[in-house]
Design a protein around this ligand. Structure first.
Ligand SMILES: C[S@@+](CC[C@H](N)C(=O)[O-])C[C@H]1O[C@@H](n2cnc3c(N)ncnc32)[C@H](O)[C@@H]1O
Length: 233
């Protein structure tokens, strides 16, 4: 069993129901990222906690630069090999972010990561994001779990996504598997960070960022929340 979330994500896991879920999920995440670029091809992007990032080639084609950053070393090695032929994509470790120049990123996108960070890691990440953001840059963090999150909402979100993307029966079966999985044990042991809106805005402010909740969550789960922030004046 993994000792922490970083270890958990560096191993094969059963979070995604199968190839179809994985493909549909990363298609949606890439679509969200491209939408956030707003048609500007000159933006430099940091995808923090990028995971398998299956469609980053499509994102990079719409951006000036795409840094893929993840704590999982095995995953990073896989990404580096996959995107070796993409000059606009660079795979970096979180600790290497310190080496990037201040103000050198226009969009920091952290999709479904904050729930796996303890408070010290979250503060470190927000500090790094603030330093990297250009004066008019944006930080987008998605999938913030509200404290009153109900497991039934996560189940409903998964089944509805699965229905729309044609893997409903597989998703039902996977819910049973998840009940016996490492993910459930890790969730019980390490927990998932949850924040209400006011607390998260305050955490952003303490990190020197002015942020607010977006009208909808970007990604698969409409019961979670997205926040958008900029460097505070
Ligand atoms: C649920 S996945 C999200 C992947 C992708 N961003 C998405 O939206 O599908 C969480 C990812 O966060 C990464 N992660 C966990 N802790 C991290 C940390 N401290 N710094 C950077 N990445 C981290 C994991 O390795 C994993 O790839």
């Amino acid at each position: 069993m993994a000792r922490n979330w970083a270890e958990f994500w560096d191993r094969p896991n059963s979070v995604y129901v199968g190839e179809r879920h994985l493909a549909a999920h990363f298609q949606v995440i890439a679509d969200e990222l491209i939408d956030a670029l707003g048609g500007r091809g000159d933006l430099r992007v940091l995808d923090y906690g990028c995971g398998e990032a299956l469609e980053s080639g499509r994102v990079a084609a719409k951006a000036a630069k795409l840094y893929l950053c993840d704590a999982a070393p095995t995953l990073r090695a896989r990404l580096a090999a996959k995107y070796a032929g993409e000059p606009r994509i660079e795979v970096v470790a979180p600790e290497s972010l310190d080496a990037l120049p201040e103000g050198s990123v226009d969009l920091v996108f952290a999709s479904s990561v904050v729930q796996y960070l303890d408070r010290a890691l979250l503060d470190w990440f927000l500090g790094a994001a603030r330093r990297l953001l250009a004066a008019d840059g944006r930080l987008i963090v998605t999938d913030i779990i509200p404290p009153d999150n109900r497991i039934v909402d996560d189940v409903r979100a998964l089944l509805s996504f699965a229905w729309r993307h044609g893997f409903f029966m597989a998703a039902l079966a996977s819910l049973v598997a998840t009940f016996f999985s490492d993910y459930r044990r890790m969730r019980a042991q390490a927990g998932l960070a949850a924040y209400d809106d006011a607390t998260f805005v305050e955490i952003l402010r303490d990190a020197g960022l002015a942020g607010e909740r977006a009208p909808r969550n970007r990604g698969e789960n409409p019961y979670r929340r997205t926040f958008v922030a900029r460097r505070a004046a």
